[in-house]
Structures are given as structure tokens and as C-alpha cells.
Design a protein around this ligand. Sequence first.
Ligand code: G3P
Length: 217
Amino acid sequence: MKFFIDTANLDQIKEAQDLGVLDGVTTNPSLMAKEGITGRENILQHYKDICEIVDGDVSAEVVATDFDGIVKEGKELAELHPQIVVKVPMIKEGIKAIRYFSENDIRTNCTLVFSAGQALLAAKAGATYVSPFLGRLDDISTDGLQLIADIRLIYDNYGFETQILAASIRHTMHVVNCAKLGADVMTGPLSSIDGLLKHPLTDSGLEKFLQDAKSFQ
Ligand code: G3P
């Protein structure tokens, strides 16, 4: 399972990279705005800065919603750095653009996916990644994990190579349950990765080991 961090915060990206388990980064316009990154040139430079920190894929989202605009913007993003994956919304024009990108060797991440039918369409169009937002489904009392399971079943039934990128992860149990369900990738905040380290028995066990080791000295 690949671990992506879902942020545009360079310090958090560096911290996750330093842990040695980071496989990539996902961003979206809201995450860029949260970091105060505005203006086209600054945004493009920020994507390049992220690519310099991590070794893996970096999703950069288009904001155009028409086919020509998505293609133009996506090409500009893809040319920034070989690690860039063009993030395209799950709309009709987006699906057409994903097909175009797929035929032109530009990798894509189909975002804002909330149903198995949408995920099937993204795979048919040739998306590299599909991003079901499980946290946002849970937020409205719907079973986000069931969507991950449904997409896994459908993709395995037909051998689709589109990778399931479980997005909108909120906490460590989302990560663990997505791993059990066979999601290819998870993207979440730094806390969802750091939280995997924690167990009170680890802390108390280590404390006892260190206490007893004092007798060796
Ligand atoms: O980047 C897409 C997705 O992960 C957004 O998550 O937390 O805004 O629902 P969230």
C-alpha cells in the first residue's frame, strides 16, 4: 500500500518524507489556498517545490471545467515535472479529458469520486488513479469504506489497472481498514500516518525495557 500525504504544507511533507515511508503527495485548490499560495506562477512553483521534496507522484489539480481548458491546464501541469499527476474532477468533460490524457501518456487522478459507478467510468477512461472520498461520505452518515470495497471488487472483476487512491482519510483506522480492503494507495493528513506509530503498550513496554537495561550498566 502506498502512503501519500494530503497537504500542500512543505514542512509536513518534509516530516513525512523524513519518516521514510512516503510515496507521494496529493493537493487540491483548497489545500493550496490554506497555505496562502495564490497566483498561477506561485502555484506552479509550489508544485515544483513539492516534487523536489518527495520521490513519488504529486497530484496537481486543474481548475478548468471544460474539455479544452482541462487539457490545456493539464498539459501545463504535466510539463512542470515528471512526478506530476494531473488531477481531474469527475465530470463529463473531465472523463473526456482523462481519455485524452491516457492516450497521450499523461497520468491522471480522477477526483471527487463518491460512487462505484463513477469509479467504473474513471477506469474505463483510463485514469491512473481514482480518488474515492471516504471521509466525506462518512461525514454524511454514508459508509465510505463500503465504497472502497465495491470499487476493489469491480476493478478486480475486470482487471482494471486504475489504482484505488483512498482519499479524504481522517484517521488511522481509515488507513488500516483501507489496507484490509486492498486500496492501492491512501492519502491523508500527517496525523493519520504518525498515529499508526502509537500504542500505549509500546510506550509502557519500552519504559520497562529501558528501566531494566540500567542494571546492565
Ligand atoms: O485531496 C482530496 C481529499 O483527500 C480531500 O479530503 O479532508 O478535504 O475531505 P478532505
